[in-house]
Design a protein around this ligand. Sequence first.
Ligand code: PLP
Length: 433
Amino acid sequence: MTQTTQLQTKSAATFRALKCKECGEEYELKAMHVCEFCFGPLEVAYDYSALRRTVTRESIQAGPHSIWRYRPFLPVATEQPIDVGTGLTPLVRANRLARRLGLNKLYIKNDAVNMPTLSFKDRVVSVALTRARELGFSTVSCASTGNLANSTAAIAAHAGLDCCVFIPADLEAGKVMGTLIYSPTVMAVQGNYDQVNRLCSEVANTHGWGFVNINLRPYYSEGSKTLGFEVAEQLGWQLPDHIVAPLASGSLFTKIYKGFQEFVEVGLVDDKPVRFSGAQAEGCSPIAQAYREGRDFVTPVKPNTIAKSIAIGNPADGVYAIDIARKTNGNIESVNDAEIIAGIKLLAETEGIFTETAGGTTIAVLQKLVEAGKIDPDETTVVYITGNGLKTQEAVQGYVGEPLTIEPKLDSFERALERSRTLERLEWQQVSV
Ligand SMILES: *Cc1c(COP(=O)(O)O)cnc(C)c1O
């Protein structure tokens, strides 16, 4: 038996097929994402009885300090996945933010400091590129709203894979630079993300490349389950009561759910109800609109918001996200751009975490849900912060004040300090009037 066959035989014990989420038809574990019978999306299916026999809390804890400690739950066969330290980001008890909002047990899952490119996308890309390599792809690609291009370019560089990424031409400077630096081919498409995505589907059909979020999407999306696994492990092998997460395509949201379910299924945590609440930016909120109107279908919209990383007008997993929010007694809410900026500042000032626009959206939705009485103060609530604010600096430009410029002299410093304290007092008086 060659080494590859051994690995494949071994892998059959955990991930065993691609399965249509709609009709249940099963397929071989190759690069495909749509059911040939009903056009439903394909998802990776596992052998849970094998997982139950082989995986324990101890075996996970003895694994690497990265998402790969959960490798039996991820769709790769190799014992040597691409491990650039992705995952196991901090779960922070957010007491000051909690007090400000009137909550008692609030946690931030901080993927603003994920490795290597400071967003949750490093999780999905680590899995997708490991699988791409197993399937024999030498060129990898993606349709991106910014963070995915950063991750794909960086991790492809590390793995020595050729890389060509597609982004909308109007992205933030930090996202563009954060891709170009790894020297992939970058196509800046004059159009919105949904147009980029359509173009990429055509390229995927003609070029034989591994598109992490198109033909490799079933493998890629499984990486988001680690956001569920880690929170369960970090809470001491327990599920939270309520989670709040951003929605772009809706994939991340549905996979946190799948992650919790799998841990219950194999006996790693006790079953309990977890409420799932989703966050969108008003300027691109097709899922929130459908939810609000009680619809079972999502009507595509044209994005117009500063939250570009989650601006997907035609979300592939929107209906599944709605289903989860409904059946878990959660919510899906949207907030406007001003509220998003206020959310970014609130998290920074209370917890010392600088998030990007997607995180500002999530914090602002958290606040809105608390104010509407839709989060109980005593629920253990986990908020997923998925990206870093240094990449979307233009969003807060003009909203954070200026440094006090002084001469290199003590009296210049004292005068400036006095002036700033007077200003602070005046602001306080205005607030209390
Ligand atoms: C891509 C992205 C999301 C959401 O992704 P989906 O899985 O498509 O819903 C959330 N936050 C950030 C920062 C992202 O880049």
